[in-house]
Write a protein that binds this ligand. Structure first.
Ligand code: NAI
Length: 331
């Protein structure tokens, strides 16, 4: 029996968490979920959207599955997601992006991985109002954080037989900050001559990604560009409903999809649980449940490939519940 933390999140979070835990149970994986609510509702009752008990639970269990949590725009509390990544030092945000059979997109042979530095950059949240008409935000880039994300990405590339790694920056404009990030990439690259190291500016990358994404392999980006580009790459393979992710640190790992809490479809039984399910499959492999992870993946891929029982975001009309039951039927 595994004891793992589950953050059900808000918006569509509880709906897709229910779907995923139901599928995992049906596949026969024994998990004792330590359920830890976080977010706006929790802030009202407990005074913080990310109470200490959530952090303590992940520190204890080491592994968490996390559904999305809403972050209010403008005023209000700091992002639970950013705080969690910072508190647990989950420095590597990994977002694989590969075509899925049965999901039609304008692109073929997309198989790339975005490595997003997860702890600094403009996400450090060091902002201030100068006066009524101006505000500023400080972009933090350090050698240690930049080197460790490149190190992680290169090691991953070697282990997984990847060929090329692009360092993605805007170092022509942000000469000191992105310049330092790039310099760290160049330095780490020297240790991995078997991987071809390339440099690209983020604007050029975006243009090329929507023209011929299949040429890209491993991308390493500072936090903000990584956030934006990984939504773009999600779009290449069918959208946010199928885009998985993982936050890895030295001690803990939090598996969460790229998408947010989708307030526009909340409570309508319309959400696609695929992204969270792919995260869970990855998590099961991480905790050693490889055979059951594969069984769930096969069932999921069969449902997506057949295309008869898929959710609205993928052009179908199945509800979250129908899709979930179909995956279970195919286990
Ligand atoms: P979003 O990702 O929630 O939604 C964007 C669009 O994609 C919406 O039309 C939504 O309906 C659709 N979508 C997303 N996931 C889907 C799914 N599983 N199935 C079907 N359709 C799906 O982005 P948005 O609207 O910008 O953000 C909403 C809230 O989520 C914000 O408060 C944001 O801060 C938060 N957020 C949280 C994240 C997290 O917890 N890791 C990540 C990104 C955003």
């Amino acid at each position: 029996m595994h004891r793992l933390t589950l953050i059900p999140g808000d918006g569509i979070g509880p709906e897709i968490s229910n779907a995923v835990t139901k599928i995992i149970k049906a596949a026969g994986v024994e998990i004792d979920w330590d359920i830890q609510p976080a977010g706006a509702d929790v802030a009202e009752t407990e005074g913080s959207p990310l109470p200490e008990r959530v952090i303590a639970s992940i520190k204890k269990n080491k592994v968490a599955l996390k559904a999305p949590v809403t972050t209010p725009i403008g005023k209000g509390f700091r992002s639970v997601n950013v705080a969690l990544r910072k508190e647990l030092d989950l420095y590597a945000n990994i977002r694989p992006c590969k075509n899925i059979k049965g999901i039609k997109t304008p692109f073929e042979n997309v198989d790339l991985i975005v490595f997003r530095e997860n702890t600094e950059d403009l996400y450090a949240g060091i902002e201030r109002q100068i006066d009524e008409n101006s505000a500023e935000s400080i972009k933090i880039i350090t050698r240690s954080a930049s080197e460790r994300i490149f190190e992680y990405a290169f090691q991953y590339a070697v282990k997984n037989n990847r060929k090329t790694l692009h360092a993605v920056t805007k170092a022509n404009i942000c000469k000191l900050t992105d310049g330092l990030f790039l310099e760290c990439g160049r330095n780490v690259a020297k240790k991995y001559p078997q991987i071809e190291f390339k440099e690209i500016l983020v604007d050029n990358l975006c243009m090329q990604l929507v023209q011929h994404p299949s040429v890209f392999d491993v991308l390493v980006l500072p936090n903000l560009y990584g956030d934006i580009v990984s939504d773009l790459t999600a779009g290449l393979i069918g959208g946010l409903g199928v885009a998985q992710g993982a936050n890895i640190g030295t001690d803990c790992a939090v598996f969460e999809p790229v998408h947010g809490s989708a307030p526009d479809i909340k409570g309508q039984n319309k959400a696609n649980p695929t992204a969270l399910l792919l995260c869970a499959i990855n998590m099961l492999r991480y905790i050693g449940e490889k055979e059951k992870a594969q069984r769930i993946e096969n069932a999921l891929m069969k449902v997506l490939e057949t295309g008869k029982c898929i959710t609205a975001d993928l052009g179908g009309n199945a509800t979250t519940t129908e899709f979930t039951d179909e995956v279970i039927k195919n286990l």
